[in-house]
Design a protein around this ligand. Structure first.
Ligand SMILES: [Zn+2]
Length: 261
C-alpha cells in the first residue's frame, strides 16, 4: 500500500496530489475498490498529473477502472485520457458537467500551460479531452464495483451547475462543493443554491462518517454547516474588505453575483 493514499475504510481511499495546481491547492483523488472494479474520482490536470495518479492507483489495485469526474473544472478531468489508455471505458459525470466540458474544455487548456505543456498545446500522448460516456441527471445511479458499490447523485447546483457527489458506505466524495484550507471558487458558482446544497450535505452526517472535499483535508458534516454559514454571511457583503473571504474569492463572488443578477 502506497503511503500516499489515506485509507478511509470500506475500500475507500483518498490521495492528495499537486499536478498543475501548486502545493497550496492539492487535488483530492478518490479511489473506491470493489472485488471486480475500482472507481477513480477525479483524474488531475493533464497527462503528467494523470500518470502520477494512475501510478498511485496501480499500487493499490490492478482491477479495471471506472472514472467519475465530480465537475467540469480542468483539474478534475484533464487526466481522463491517461485512464482511457489504461483501459477505462466508462467515464461518469453530471449531465451539466458534460455540457460544461464540451463548452469550455478546449479553452481551459491554457490554464495548464506551465506544468502540462502538452495538454495546453493539445499535442502528444493522452492530451485528448475525454468526455463522459455516461451521465447522471436527477436520478441517482448506483455503480456496482463487486461486493461494494458507489452512489452517484446530485444535491443541486452550487460550485457549478453540474456537481456530482460520490457516496460509499461511509464516505462522501463531494468535489469542490466542499473546499478545505482555501476559499471556495465562485467563477461558475450559483452561490445562493450552493448554500442550500451545503445545508443538505450537513444533514448527511449520519449517513457519511467522512466527507472528502475537492481540495484540502477530509472533513465531517459539521464542516459543511460552517461553510454554509460563512457563505451566507458573504452574500450580502458589499465591499471586498468586509468579506469573510480573501480578496480574490471576494472579488470573484461579487463578479459572479453581478453576472447572475
Ligand atoms: Zn472546481
Amino acid at each position: 500500500m502506497a503511503a500516499r493514499w489515506r485509507d478511509l475504510g470500506g475500500g475507500s481511499f483518498v490521495m492528495r496530489s499537486a499536478g498543475a495546481l501548486g502545493d497550496g491547492v492539492l487535488l483530492n483523488t478518490g479511489l473506491v475498490v470493489g472485488a471486480e472494479r475500482a472507481l477513480v474520482i477525479d483524474t488531475g490536470c493533464g497527462p503528467r498529473h494523470g500518470a502520477e495518479i494512475l501510478a498511485a492507483v496501480r499500487t493499490v489495485t490492478a482491477l479495471p477502472l471506472v472514472v467519475v469526474n465530480t465537475h467540469a473544472h480542468w483539474d478534475h478531468f484533464f487526466g481522463n485520457a491517461t485512464f482511457r489508455r489504461d483501459g477505462a471505458t466508462d467515464f461518469w459525470a453530471h449531465v451539466a458537467a458534460a455540457r460544461g466540458m464540451a463548452a469550455s474544455g478546449e479553452r481551459a487548456r491554457a490554464e495548464v500551460a506551465q506544468t502540462e505543456p502538452e495538454m495546453a498545446a493539445g499535442a502528444g500522448v493522452n492530451t485528448d479531452l475525454v468526455p463522459p460516456t455516461h451521465v447522471v441527471d436527477r436520478d441517482a445511479v448506483t455503480l456496482d464495483l463487486g461486493g461494494t458499490s458507489a452512489e452517484l447523485f446530485t444535491l443541486g447546483r452550487g460550485h457549478t451547475d453540474g456537481d456530482l457527489m460520490v457516496g460509499t458506505a461511509t464516505v462522501l466524495f463531494a468535489g469542490d462543493v466542499l473546499e478545505e484550507g482555501a476559499d471556495p471558487s465562485f467563477e461558475d458558482a450559483h452561490p445562493a443554491d450552493w448554500i442550500q446544497v451545503l445545508h443538505r450535505l450537513a444533514g448527511l452526517g449520519g449517513r457519511y462518517r467522512l466527507m472528502v472535499p475537492g481540495h484540502g483535508r477530509t472533513v465531517t458534516a459539521g464542516f459543511a454547516a460552517r461553510m454554509a454559514d460563512v457563505m451566507a454571511g458573504a452574500l450580502p457583503t458589499r465591499s471586498v474588505s468586509d468579506s469573510p473571504y480573501g480578496p480574490a474569492a471576494a472579488r470573484s463572488l461579487a463578479e459572479r453575483l453581478a453576472t447572475l443578477r
